[in-house]
Structure formats: structure tokens, C-alpha cells
Design a protein around this ligand. Structure first.
Ligand code: ADP
Ligand code: MG
Length: 685
């Protein structure tokens, strides 16, 4: 059966058998459309060069007729195929291939062909070794591999450049006119290239300018549809007027702020102002609170919760891990208990307590802090109005919204410690209003970071002992819990044992990792806080939790095994008090260049924003946060760093379009609706 939709499976394309289809799938090509939009990573100019412009040593493409050809065996048994061809101006070209017995099947005397390669010119005789060539039938438009600017793709195993070019070329011919995936009016107004031309010029650009236009068109398309998703989410909250009864003025908030033993920073004050304004407005709050680890987001969250509580509502705060939930709980409880507000903790390890559930559903408990356990079905709220999600360093578009379902038209605050570039936050959080805390509490000193070589370890531990003698605490992080004898990385158990016997003999060490029960983890964490232990050896579980003011030293062993953002998060565990803090990264001797670069950047910058920008450049957003479920769009053409302006433009256009036709029911927007629905479906599976 003849199939002719561009969204057909690629296996239905002529010339693609099951084997080839499988390899194409591995390259991310599932449909004909995927192939049509498979971007070349490079091009070569194989336009035919006028003979007067041929220069010795240059890469050229020449049109000529074969006057003679044949195979030669050298005395040593080497195989050579040679041809002599004549150009339009009656100049001769000598063409030579070594060890290629196939050429004779393709190139015959009398053939006219186009040859490309690096040319040597000797007294107007040309010579090319191993030229690429293509036989010329009678139509320049039929040429695929020469005579024009030709694409080079990333390929896999059996898929060759020629094979791929041929497939693409045939597809382009088959789908002579590809339906626009943007509204016609928009394409006209923006002066965009048609999709058909963009795809043609993506693979076989007529010239540099058309190539640029094509790329712009394809980037714009991707960005437009990403913008549409964001606009849709935004519209859903923004356009909704809701019933709210927040007090005009909150005594509780004032009391709380004056009870703190520190003064709020300007950024904290501004964020609080933003939030209170949102809460009092007639629309649900939908705000992102962004700020590096330790800048003091929790106070801001607490203010919001107290305001909700005093106004008669319940508030919930969800954290990504048990330890973090516990920490929030302990701190917030400490802050608000003497204000007469009931706070409870809800995590999966304490869910046996049924009474707690009843108290939540009766509305006795006003503030609930917890993990994902909060979104379980049996957790019912009486009047949940404020939902705060502390994402810390992960994005989870999916979990986030389920907690919102527990209340009606809830006010929503997301806290993130991942300072991301504006472009990325526009794509992920573009539907949200933004408050940012950049200023650190003034008493916090910049953490000093040092890269320690294996030879410097003893000195480092001497230094650490002095800090402990001075009443300070230490974290030591390893990549794994345990490892065999020969493991080339450090493990918690080994390091713990070694240190207790050697460098840190006589000091009080504790251990923490994910195999301990949450209760035990909490115990050891409290011990560190109280000073019953001086040193905590653990895995990255330390990263997401414990806030100990006395902790001034973070040691990261086998540091080359950690990602840049992760290192930065670990460093954020110290420097929370007034004393000078230190971070030591210890690496093995032989590490990759990438790892070196990471550690250099890490030591150089203390600013989370800089760190995450580097991380993004080094690895790309997909690598850092995982692809699909994180809600980060994956682009084929657009780039978060280079295309911010185009992104803003496309997002604005998408938003305007949606506002003018909320359900995309206008005839002219039919194609947008179809594509939009298709893209949403793709995201779900
Ligand atoms: P974040 O949640 O942003 O990582 P926290 O809210 O946990 O940061 O704050 C880090 C530490 O700084 C906490 O111990 C907190 O009590 C303290 N803190 C917060 N704001 C201030 C401030 N304005 N001045 C001094 N200390 C502050
Ligand atoms: Mg925090």
C-alpha cells in the first residue's frame, strides 16, 4: 500500500528495510517527518567550480566526461582503479582510487560525472585522489551528492552519508509540498520561510542565506510550540478569578518576623511582598521563588504559610526527600510553635499514625510538611489553600501539580535552588511569576574552596583537626556506600574505618547513607547538630539535607565522580553560620580532561548561577535533569543559549495566538490545534 503521510513510520519508506529502520530508530528517527527534520551537523560545498577558479590544493567539484578508465595491479599486488576525464575546456583530470574494487561497477568510459576532492594542478592537468563522484544523467536537479551544497549527518553503523542523503532527497521529492505547521498568517507576518523550503534548505541549502532562513524557521517552529504549552498553563491560572479570603493585614506575620534573631535581607523582603500581594489578589498565586542554597527561602515560605493559617486556611510544604522534609519541619516548628500554630510532619515512614490523618482532614493541623507522602490518596485536607513545593535541585512537573489537586484553586509557590539561565526558566517556569533571592544573609562568608591532590591529604586532615578542636563540624562525602578492595573510588564504610584508625583517631565520627532507616539518619543528624559527633561521613544524601550552623568544612572525596551542580549543592551544606567555611575537593591522580575542567570551574566560582551555566554548557539540560519527565523541552534546532531572543519572540507570538483563540477553534488555527495535541500526546507516553 502506498503511504504518504509525513508522519508514517519510517519503515514504510522505500529503501528502508527492517534492519535499516532499526538503526534509524536508534538515531531518533521514527517517522518520515523525523528524517525530514534530521539536522545535518555540517555541510560541504560541492557546487561545481568554474575552471578558471580551480587552485592547487583546494577542495573542488568538477564536471567532466570519462575518456578512459581501468584497473591496475601493482607489482606488490595492490589494486588501483584509474580514470581520465575531460572537462568542458578540454583539460584533463586524473582520478585514482586505491583498494576499491567497486568503482569499476559505477564508473564507465563515456560517463559524464561530477568529481569532488582535493585537487592538485600540474600545468593545467588536474589530479584528484579518491574523489567522491556522482554520475550525471541529464538533470542537475537529480544530483544528490555533488553539484550543490551537500549535508553531512551524524550516522550510525550501516547508515552511510550517501544512503541517508538519498532517503532524504527522495522524501523531499515525494512530499513536494509539506503542509505548514504554523498558521499561514503568522508565517506571512513574520516573513518566515515556508516549511517546505525550510526542509529543502535544511538538507540541500541553495546558499548560505537560505540555510540561515531555514534554520530560523525550524527553530521558530519548535519554540512556538514550546511557548504554546507554557502559554496554555499560564492561561489556566491567570484567567481564573477565585474566591479568596486572606486577611488584609496579618498580625501573625509581623509577630513572626520580629521574633527572628536576624534581619531579613532586601531580597527576602521583596519576595515576601510579592507573595502577600499574590495571595490577596483575586487570582491564584503561581510563583517561583528562586535562590541559591542557603539564601534563606524557608523564612519566606514560612511567612506565606503563617499568613494563610491566620486567614483560616491550611498550608502544605512538600520537599523532595525525607531528610529535607524533617529539616524544614524542625526549623519551622521551632519558629512557629510559640506563635500557637500546629505543624505536622508527614512522610512515608511515619504514615502509620492514623490520628494525624484525621487531624489534617479535620483542619486541626494547619501546616503540614512532608514528602511525596503528601500526595497519597488517603491524605485529605479540610481547606488547603497554599501549596509550597521545595524542588531544591530537581524539576518535577508531574509530582508538583498533584498536591495542588488536594485543595480548590490553591495558591502555589515553587522554590528552587537551581539558578538556571533565563531562557531555560522561561521554558520550564514561563507560566509562573518570578521572585529571586540573590543577596545572601550578610553574616555568611564566602566559602573557600580548594582542590587537594592525594599528596595534600595529610595536611588537609591536620587543618580539619584544628577546626574540630575549635568546636566546628565536618562533612566528608564519598561517591559510594561501600566498594570492594580494588574499587578506585572512596566508599563511606572504608573511609569511616580508615579515618577512625588514622588521621582522625580519637575524634567522634558518624556515618550516614541511604541504607540507614530515616529514623537512624535523623538521629545521626541530630548528633552532629548537638556536637555528640564531630565528623559525618556519608554519601550525597548529605546534599539535600542537614543544616548545621557549626559545620564549616566539607570534604568531597573522589570529587571527579560528581557533576558540577552536585558539587555546588554539597558545598552549600556548609557556610551557614558566621564562621569562615571551607570546601576541599580531593581527586584521584588520573582524571579526564572533562573532570579537570569541572573541578577548575568549581573552585573558581562560588556563585550557583555561574556554576549551573557552565554545567549546562558542558552537559546540556537533558543530561543534567533527565529528559522527558522533567518537563524540559528537547530541541532539534533551537539552543537555550543562543536563541533567547527568538525564544522570547516565539513565546510571545504563541501567547497572543492562544489569547485570541483559547481553544484553537478558528479555522486558520486548525493546524496549530492538531500539532499541539500531537505534541502533548507524545509527551505523555
Ligand atoms: P534555603 O532554603 O534558601 O537553602 P534556608 O532558608 O535554609 O536557605 O536558610 C539558610 C540559613 O540561613 C538558615 O539557618 C536560616 O535560618 C538562615 N537565615 C535565613 N535568612 C537569614 C537572614 N536574613 N539573616 C541571617 N540568617 C538567615
Ligand atoms: Mg532550603
Amino acid at each position: 500500500m502506498e503511504r504518504n503521510s509525513i508522519f508514517d513510520d519510517i519503515k514504510y519508506q522505500k529503501g528502508v528495510g527492517p534492519k535499516m529502520a532499526e538503526i534509524l530508530n536508534q538515531m531518533g528517527i521514527y517517522t518520515k517527518y523525523d528524517l525530514l527534520t534530521y539536522p545535518p551537523f555540517r555541510y560541504i560545498d560541492r557546487n561545481i567550480v568554474e575552471e578558471e577558479n580551480i587552485r592547487d590544493g583546494e577542495y573542488v567539484t568538477i564536471f567532466a566526461q570519462v575518456v578512459d578508465c581501468g584497473e591496475i595491479f601493482t607489482r606488490k599486488g595492490k589494486y588501483i582503479f584509474q580514470a581520465v576525464a575531460k572537462t568542458k575546456n578540454d583539460n584533463y583530470i586524473f582520478l585514482t582510487w586505491f583498494n576499491n574494487r567497486y568503482i569499476k561497477n559505477y564508473l564507465k568510459k563515456g560517463d559524464t560525472a561530477i568529481f569532488s576532492g582535493k585537487v592538485r594542478v600540474k600545468r593545467s592537468v588536474y589530479e584528484i585522489l579518491h574523489p567522491d563522484f556522482e554520475i550525471f544523467k541529464d538533470d542537475f536537479f537529480e544530483l544528490i551528492n555533488t553539484g550543490k551544497i551537500v549535508p553531512i549527518y551524524h550516522t550510525k553503523s550501516k547508515i552511510t552519508q550517501k544512503y541517508l542523503r538519498k532517503l532524504v532527497f527522495t522524501l523531499i521529492k515525494t512530499f513536494d509540498r509539506i503542509e505548514e505547521d504554523l498558521p499561514y498568517k503568522l508565517v506571512m507576518r513574520k516573513g518566515l520561510m515556508s516549511l517546505t523550503d525550510a526542509i529543502k534548505n535544511l538538507h540541500f541549502p541553495e546558499n548560505e542565506e537560505k540555510k540561515e532562513q531555514s534554520l530560523r524557521r525550524l527553530k521558530y517552529g519548535e519554540l512556538f510550540y514550546t511557548g504554546l504549552v507554557v502559554a496554555k498553563r499560564k492561561l489556566e491560572v491567570k484567567e481564573k478569578k477565585v474566591e479568596k479570603n486572606y486577611l488584609l493585614k496579618s498580625k501573625l506575620v509581623e509577630k513572626f518576623i520580629s521574633s527572628l534573631n536576624f534581619k531579613l535581607t532586601k531580597d527576602q523582603e521583596k519576595s515576601i511582598e510579592d507573595i502577600l500581594k499574590d495571595l490577596r489578589s483575586e487570582r491564584p498565586m503561581n510563583r517561583l521563588l528562586m535562590g541559591d542554597v542557603g539564601v534563606g527561602k524557608t523564612v519566606v515560605a514560612t511567612v506565606a504559610m503563617l499568613y494563610a493559617v491566620e486567614s483560616g486556611y491550611q498550608a502544605a510544604l512538600m520537599a523532595p526527600t525525607e531528610i529535607l522534609a524533617q529539616q524544614h519541619y524542625l526549623k519551622i516548628k521551632d519558629w512557629v510553635e510559640n506563635l500557637g500554630v500546629d505543624v505536622e510532619l508527614l512522610t512515608s515512614s511515619i504514615n502509620e499514625n492514623k490520628r494525624r490523618y484525621t487531624q489534617i482532614s479535620d483542619g486541626v493541623i494547619k501546616i503540614v510538611i512532608g514528602t511525596h507522602a503528601l500526595i497519597r490518596e488517603d491524605v485529605v485536607f479540610k481547606n488547603l489553600k497554599l501549596v509550597i513545593v521545595d524542588e531544591q535541585h530537581r524539576f518535577g512537573v508531574i509530582h508538583r501539580s498533584s498536591l495542588k489537586e488536594k485543595g480548590i484553586d490553591v495558591d502555589y509557590l515553587v522554590m528552587t535552588a537551581t539558578p538556571i539561565p533565563r531562557s531555560l526558566s522561561l521554558a520550564i517556569y514561563g507560566d509562573m511569576d518570578l521572585s529571586e533571592i540573590r543577596e545572601r544573609p550578610s553574616m555568611q562568608k564566602e566559602i573557600k574552596t580548594k582542590w587537594v591532590s592525594p599528596n595534600g591529604i595529610e595536611k588537609m586532615y591536620d587543618f580539619i583537626k584544628k577546626r574540630i578542636d575549635n568546636g566546628e563540624r565536618v562533612f566528608i562525602v564519598c561517591p559510594a556506600i561501600e566498594g570492594g578492595e580494588e574499587a578506585e573510588y572512596e566508599s563511606v564504610k572504608k573511609v569511616y574505618e580508615n579515618l577512625s584508625k588514622t588521621y582522625l583517631k580519637g575524634y567522634k565520627l558518624g556515618i550516614i547513607h541511604s541504607r540507614l532507616s530515616p529514623k537512624d539518619r535523623e538521629k545521626v543528624m541530630m548528633k552532629l547538630k548537638e556536637g555528640t559527633i564531630d565528623v559525618l561521613v556519608g554519601t550525597t544524601i548529605i546534599e539535600v539535607g542537614i543544616d548545621v550552623k557549626e559545620a564549616t568544612v566539607m570534604v568531597i572525596l573522589s570529587a571527579e565522580r560528581f557533576g558540577l551542580s552536585q558539587l555546588h549543592q554539597l558545598r552549600g551544606r556548609v557556610g551557614r553560620g558566621e564562621k569562615q567555611s571551607f570546601c576541599f575537593v580531593v581527586s584521584s591522580k588520573d582524571i579526564t580532561d572533562d573532570a579537570k575542567k569541572r573541578l577548575q570551574v568549581f573552585c573558581k566560582y562560588n556563585d550557583g548561577f555561574k556554576i549551573s551555566e557552565y554545567d549546562l554548557k558542558l552537559r546540556g539540560p537533558g543530561e543534567i535533569w533527565g529528559k522527558r519527565q522533567s518537563g524540559i523541552p528537547v530541541f532539534k534546532f533551537a539552543n537555550f543559549f543562543e536563541d533567547f531572543d527568538l525564544m522570547k519572540e516565539a513565546f510571545r507570538d504563541a501567547e497572543n495566538l492562544l489569547y485570541s483563540d483559547i481553544n484553537l477553534l478558528k479555522k486558520e488555527n486548525r493546524i496549530v490545534r492538531i500539532n499541539f495535541e500531537r505534541s502533548l500526546n507524545e509527551k505523555i507516553d
